[in-house]
Design a protein around this ligand. Structure first.
Ligand SMILES: [Zn+2]
Length: 81
């Protein structure tokens, strides 16, 4: 198992939408349960950070999200007009 991620590991993780552990490469969805557990989300400005833990190998890392869009909330009124 890896202890350090290469740039390639990181880009593969990002390209896949974070569907596997970048350290042991176990897919997120295993039969009978979820492998990667996301912790508290911390939002700062346009970025959000979430600690993620792999339940298979115990590795931990931080996913970084960026605010990319805004959507208007659909109210009862606009849904019927
Ligand atoms: Zn893992």
């Amino acid at each position: 198992m890896k202890t350090q991620l290469t740039e390639q590991d990181k880009s593969e993780y990002l390209k896949s939408g974070g569907d596997h552990c970048p350290f042991c490469e176990t897919p997120d969805q295993k039969i009978g349960g979820v492998n990667l557990s996301g912790g508290h989300v911390n939002i700062e400005g346009k970025y959000a950070h979430q600690d993620v833990r792999c339940e298979n190998c115990g590795s931990e890392w931080t996913d970084v999200f960026e605010r990319v869009e805004i959507q208007e909330t659909e109210t009862e009124e606009s849904a019927h007009s």
